[in-house]
Design a protein around this ligand. Structure first.
Ligand SMILES: [Cu+2]
Ligand SMILES: [Zn+2]
Length: 191
């Protein structure tokens, strides 16, 4: 019996050794156990004191980026700043969600800039009917890990975000995007 067990272990070892070169190149070795945890999904329901409202879904991809699907209605036509703010606190409405999520202590910028807040997602653009739909892929707003945005809030603004380049007093902190029309806390949802 003991010999049979040892033989089984030996066979298992051989199989593992043979199969591992096929599997390991697909993922870094330390991420194999994190594959299940990486397929996270979240949702935010945006509401405010105006007729502006929306639904935003966030999906964590295996490569670490997050795909954000946005649909907001009730906007004035044109661009509106869209950010991930630091807190999921709406006790005083959208103003209590705090500043842009900024774990790396950067200045405000565009999503594609090296220097930007993690929460800087740029603008969404409403059509003539006041509907803004967008798909944003970003690598600074993960749903897992120390910089997870779960429990923080998405905010859509009154004005266009100047992406830090407007030369206004607030350009380098908020993009001078004006008031907060609607916001929603990012919460986990079934996958
Ligand atoms: Cu904002
Ligand atoms: Zn910002």
């Amino acid at each position: 019996m003991q010999e049979a067990a040892l033989a089984a272990m030996a066979a298992h070892t051989v199989l593992s050794a043979a199969s591992s070169p096929l599997q390991l190149p697909l993922f870094p070795t330390n991420s194999i156990t994190a594959i299940a945890a990486n397929t996270k999904k979240a949702v935010a329901v945006l509401r405010g004191t105006s007729p502006v409202e929306g639904i935003v879904t966030l999906t964590q991809q295996l490569n670490g980026s997050t795909t954000v699907n946005v649909r907001v209605t009730g906007l004035t036509p044109g661009p509106h700043g869209f950010h991930l703010h630091e807190y999921g606190d709406t006790t005083k409405g959208c103003v209590s969600t705090g500043p842009h999520f900024n774990p790396n202590k950067m200045k405000h910028g565009a999503p594609g800039d090296q220097i930007r807040h993690a929460g800087d997602l740029g603008n969404i653009v409403a059509n003539a009917d006041g509907v803004a739909e967008a798909t944003i892929v970003d690598n600074q707003i993960p749903l897992i890990g120390p910089n997870s945005v779960v429990g923080r809030a998405l905010v859509v603004h009154e004005l266009e975000d100047d992406l830090g380049k407007g030369g206004k007093e607030l350009s380098l902190s908020t993009g001078n995007a004006g008031g907060r029309l609607a916001c929603g806390v990012v919460g986990l949802t079934p996958e």
